[in-house]
Design a protein around this ligand. Sequence first.
Ligand code: CP
Ligand code: NVA
Length: 309
Amino acid sequence: MTRHFINLSDAGGDAIAAMIADAIDRKAARKSFPKGKADADAPLAGHTLAMIFEKNSTRTRVSFDMAIRQLGGTSLILDGATSQLGRGETVADTARVLSRMCDAIMIRTDDHAKIEEMAHHATVPVINGLTDLSHPCQIVADLLTAVEHGVSLPGSQWAWLGDGNNVLHSIIEAAGLFKFDVRIGVPEGYDPDPSFEREAQALGATITRTRDPHAAVANADIVVTDTWISMGQAHADEKLRAMMPYQVTPALMAHAKPGAKFLHCLPAHRGEEVVEEVIDGPQSLIWDEAENRIHGQKSVLLWALGRLG
Ligand code: CP
Ligand code: NVA
C-alpha cells in the first residue's frame, strides 16, 4: 500500500510518535554538520521528491528541499504557472506521470479534493504541504517542538486563538491522536470544520470552543495562533475587527500557565494576531518551530517511503 500523508490520521498516533522520536535522534546526530550535508546513513540516497506549489511558500519549500538533501536524495520544484498543470493538464495525469519519474510528491494547493485526487492516481507517496483544509506537516513540527521543550502530549492543554483554519484543523486532529485538549477561542462565524472536532472527541480529546479569549488560554501549556487571513482569502476589515479581541498579547498570555509556550507556524503579522512582545519574547518557540520543519519533514518522508513506523 502506498503511504500517502494527506492528514495526520493517515499515519496515526504511533507512527507520528515514531516520527518525533526519529526527528529528535537525527537532529542530535547532525548537530555539527553543515546544513546541506547528508546524514551519515543517507537513507533516501537516489530518491527524488517532486514538489508542486500552487500557493506561495518559504518554510515548506525550503524545509522539504533541505530534508530530502539531508536524507541523501534530491528534489525538483514545479509551480502552477509554469507546469502543464497550470494550463489544464489534469491532476490525475500529472500524478501518473510524476509517479513514473519521481519517488514521492509533495503538493501545496487550495482545494483539498485536488490532493485526494492526486493520491488516488499516484503510485508513489503524496504528501500534503498545505491545503485550504489542513496542514499536517506543520503540526508534526509543532508536536516535535512541544516535546523538545518538555511538554508531555497526553493530557496537555493547548489554546488556539483566532481563525478556525487549516492549521487549527490539523492541531485538532493531533489532539485526537495524542489525547490532548484544545480550547479554541474563535469569534462567531469563523469556527473550524466541526468534523475535525467530532473525530478528535471520539478518540478521547477534549475540544472546547469559546468566544472568550481568556477562557481559551486559561491554564494552557501551549498558546497557538496563525494569520487571520489565510492564502486565497480576501482581505476583509470586518474579519480583522472580529479577530481583534483574540490577539495574543502579554495580558492574554498571563492567563496561561506560568512558563506556557507560544507557537506560530509563520508567516506572522505582528500587530494583528500577535504582538511583538509575545512573538519575540521569552515564551516564543517560533524559530525552533520553523527549524523543526526540516526535522519533521525528514520523518514524514522516511515514513512515507516505508523507512519508519
Ligand atoms: N508555515 C508554513 O507552512 O510556511 P510557508 O507558507 O512559508 O511554507
Ligand atoms: N493558515 C495559513 C497558513 C500558512 C502557512 C494559510 O493557509 O495561509
